[in-house]
Design a protein around this ligand. Structure first.
Ligand SMILES: *Cc1c(COP(=O)(O)O)cnc(C)c1O
Length: 398
């Protein structure tokens, strides 16, 4: 089976983890700060706060933005569920805005129409590592006095006009689950330019303890969102290799895009706007609009049967059961998101995916897709059959 994703772990990461295991500082040790400093160097952010997942990071960012019960946060329905869940954790209300069907990111031209007196923040997601037009989002937020929380969980290393995705907002978050561009096993990191936000996040992640306070003094309601030194040491080793890993991913994406020119039934991922640098998280193609969800599901099933790991990224958040129940969302609410999510196919994508496997995947996809009959083609055949019958019937009647 060719897996959908696979982490890129070398001897450097193994050694880094072993070094921590041989020390007596498995958590709250020096590796956390080293990792955070490396994240600051990479992103140009003033502060970084390592946490135990991207989701915990998003939660603390929402909290740091002062979002409480009934406050509205504008975000995208086409994302991993955690980006909207983080709003719910604090009692906030996600206000979804449909997506740009080219980039799959929130459609910036629709944001202002969604702003109400209760709006507090915009939470854009750099979907699949394709950066959002952050300057435009920043400008809208500034005009309306809103915070920006960037879900950059899929976008470490992505840039907009040279500036790191994740650093345009008051806060931003990267995530390091093993399927991401780089991994710490589990983990995430908050970046911010605000020292007070950084201080609060450090306290919240560590049970509400204050700086330099004693172990059993808790200044505020906190959580255990700490990332261990083992994870952070692995993260520093991965960060050191990130430029090389991102280059490899871009190369794999190019190989796919080149070969998929032979499959006109699918739409490859869009390339970023001029000035923007993509950080390839996954390689997601979609079937053209004349195909249906049933067609897509058949492709997934047949590819899996051929030993190719693949997935349907993403189910729209507004159609997840508890969002429907809680907010009354239904099919048709965000038509572009739905039209795209019904047709996506995430193909195997990782640093060391061999070209021979890419040949096999693309050839398999081409063959499977050719067996599908798109809707207009079906209509044409039905019509042709009707004409045929008339042609046959008419002479007999004469
Ligand atoms: C991975 C991801 C997250 C959450 O990351 P975890 O570390 O798994 O909690 C959040 N948002 C998006 C868009 C993601 O892809």
């Amino acid at each position: 089976m060719i897996p959908l994703s696979s982490p890129d772990i070398t001897e450097a990461e193994v050694q880094a983890a072993v070094e921590v295991l041989r020390s007596d500082r498995l958590s709250l040790g020096p590796k956390v700060q080293e990792f955070e400093e490396s994240v600051c160097r990479l992103t140009g952010s003033r502060f970084a706060v390592a946490v135990n997942s991207g989701t915990s990071g998003l939660h603390l960012c929402v909290k740091a933005s002062g979002i409480g019960p009934g406050d509205e946060v504008i975000t995208t329905p086409f994302s991993f569920v955690a980006s909207a869940n983080a709003i719910l954790f604090e009692g906030g209300v996600p206000v979804f805005v449909d997506i740009d069907p080219a980039s799959y990111n929130i459609d910036v031209s629709r944001i202002e129409a969604a702003i109400t007196p209760r709006t507090r923040a915009i939470l854009p997601v750099h979907v699949f590592g394709h950066p959002c037009p952050m300057q435009e989002i920043r400008d809208i937020a500034d005009r309306h006095g809103l915070a920006v929380i960037e879900d950059a969980c899929e976008a470490i290393g992505a840039r907009v006009n040279g500036r790191a995705a994740g650093t345009f907002g008051e806060t931003g978050v990267f995530a390091f689950y093993p399927n991401k561009q780089m991994t710490t096993g589990e983990g995430g990191v908050i970046v911010t330019g605000d020292d007070e936000v950084a201080r609060l996040c450090r306290s919240w992640r560590n049970q509400g303890r204050g700086e330099g306070g004693s172990w059993l003094q808790h200044e505020r309601l906190g959580y255990n969102y700490r990332l261990s030194d083992i994870n952070c040491a692995i993260g520093s080793a991965q960060l050191g290799r990130l430029p090389e890993m991102l280059r490899r991913r871009a190369q794999v994406a190019d190989w796919y895009t080149e070969r998929l020119k032979l499959v006109p039934e699918i739409v490859p991922p869009a390339l970023p706007a001029p000035g923007a640098d993509m950080s390839w998280f996954v390689y997601v193609v979609r079937l053209r609009d004349e195909f249906s969800r049933q067609h897509r599901d058949r492709v997934l099933e047949e590819l899996r049967g051929l030993g190719i790991g693949c997935s349907d990224y993403f189910t729209p958040i507004h159609l997840q059961l508890f969002y429907r129940e809680r907010f009354g969302f239904q099919e048709g609410d965000f038509p572009l998101t739905e039209r795209i999510s019904e047709r996506t196919i995430a193909l195997p994508f990782f640093n060391h995916l061999p070209q021979g496997d890419i040949d096999y995947i693309c050839e398999s996809l081409r063959r499977v897709v050719r067996t599908l009959v798109p809707q207009p083609e079906l209509d044409r055949r039905v019509e042709a059959a009707a004409v045929d019958r008339r042609a046959i019937v008419m002479p007999r009647a004469l």
